[in-house]
Design a binder for this molecule. Structure first.
Ligand SMILES: Nc1nc2c(ncn2[C@@H]2O[C@H](COP(=O)(O)OP(=O)(O)OP(=O)(O)O)[C@@H](O)[C@H]2O)c(=O)[nH]1
Length: 382
């Protein structure tokens, strides 16, 4: 798993200055950085700031969020498979929206190899105080970069006074009360503190930043085929704070998975002619709390099976669904935990499911799930 930091911030705020210092810090720690730089214009001036021994790819002529996704995907894939590195630093243009940048970086083809450690937004302290002079759209983008940051680096504090700095701090807290705010001159920050989560996070744990803070991503593996209508219903049920979903879904009726994309209320399906891993990347705010496709589909069945049960309507995660079904199977209220009782209970649930008004797919999907839990419990009850 490679750690990824996204460096965002307005033109001239100090992103390249931060990048150079970040690279130096990583090298001193014995870590191998790699860089993707996105510059507007056809020439990569800033890339000269990166020393020759650091793997570097440049995304020229276009902003990361509006240049062709395949091109960016190819660049990221190239760096991933051709270079050896531990941490990927991505410097976006000042014109990039953080959600769109994440969207491009986290392709379902390789999102499982990246662990997003943070979105760092660099702010030019003096220009921020003059933000009202910016055109409306530019200012809106500026504020979005601040709102979605995990860490806000208030740079160029040498150009403002104490009073202006406190005013700035106050405004930033109002815009984003979860981000850590770090003041800096020439982007000289305590990188040790910034990357401390890198040290104690094992690759299999979600990153500290992604868990606690707002904008983030999640990768869900899909273990079963899902009909298109179930995916569409799931997407409709999700909160508005889920901005993007993309990945590969196996439909029950096709040989190969379909590429599925969801963006601001619209879905798109495209047949693939190769075998790819079925998984979905979700991007949004508080994304860890959004129900997974599997949890959604099982919960729909549980609602039919146990109509009016308050507890069922509160189930969100797969862990909660497992726990609920396990308690039903074990019938904790009345029966001792024996394999015999477990089997009886399982048969009862199966009979009930078969009488429900649901599709063949739903029935099979649910019965497979019940069987899995039954097997798990029988192993653990004996
Ligand atoms: N006074 C002052 N100047 C700074 C500071 N940090 C960076 N600069 C200068 O600001 C200018 C822009 O810095 P960069 O690091 O290139 O900013 P950037 O965000 O990468 O710029 P773009 O790539 O054009 O978006 C450079 O001339 C830096 O030397 C600071 O804290 N104070």
């Amino acid at each position: 798993m490679k750690y990824v930091y996204l460096l965002s911030g307005f033109l001239g705020s100090g992103k390249t200055t931060l990048l150079v210092k970040f690279i130096e810090h990583l090298k001193n720690k014995g870590l191998r950085p790699a860089v993707i730089m996105n510059e507007l214009g056809a020439l990569g001036f800033d890339s000269e700031a990166v020393e020759g021994d650091v793997p570097l790819r440049e995304l020229l002529d276009g902003c990361i969020c509006c240049s062709p996704a395949e091109k960016t995907e190819a660049q990221i894939q190239q760096i991933l498979y051709q270079e050896e590195f531990d941490v990927l630093l991505i410097e976006t243009t000042g014109a990039a929206h953080p959600v769109a940048s994440l969207d491009v970086i986290l392709s379902p083809l390789f999102a499982d190899q990246f662990d997003l450690k943070g979105i760092l937004t660099v702010i030019d302290a003096k220009r921020f105080l003059q933000r009202d002079t910016l055109p409306i759209q530019t200012k809106a983008l500026y504020l979005e970069q601040i709102r979605h940051a995990h860490t806000l680096i208030v740079n160029k504090t040498d150009l403002i006074n104490e009073e202006e700095l406190s005013e700035l701090q106050f405004t930033l807290k109002q815009l984003n009360n979860t981000a850590e705010i770090i003041e800096a001159q020439h982007a000289a920050i305590d990188f040790e503190q910034l990357t401390s989560s890198t040290k104690d996070t094992t690759p299999h744990l979600p990153s500290r930043i992604g868990k606690e803070l707002r904008l983030g991503s999640r990768l869900d593996s899909l273990e079963h085929p899902y009909p298109q209508y179930v995916v569409e219903e799931w997407v409709q049920s999700l909160p508005d704070s889920v901005y993007r979903i993309k990945g590969y879904v196996q439909l029950p009726s096709t040989t190969h998975p379909h590429l599925f994309q969801y963006s601001y209320g619209m879905t798109q399906w495209m047949a693939e002619d190769v075998k790819v891993k079925t998984q979905l990347v979700l991007i949004g705010e508080n994304i860890k709390t959004a129900p997974s496709l599997e949890a959604f589909s099982l919960k729909s069945l549980l609602e039919l099976l146990y109509p009016g049960r308050d507890r069922v309507s509160e189930l969100i995660t797969m862990t909660e669904i497992h726990q609920f079904l396990d308690e039903e199977l074990l019938d904790v209220r009345t029966h001792p935990r024996t394999r015999f009782n477990l089997e009886t209970k399982r048969n009862q649930i199966e009979e009930k499911v078969k009488k429900l008004d649901c599709s063949n797919w739903q029935e099979k999907h649910f019965l497979d799930f019940v069987t899995k839990r039954y097997e798990h419990l029988s192993t653990h009850s004996n």
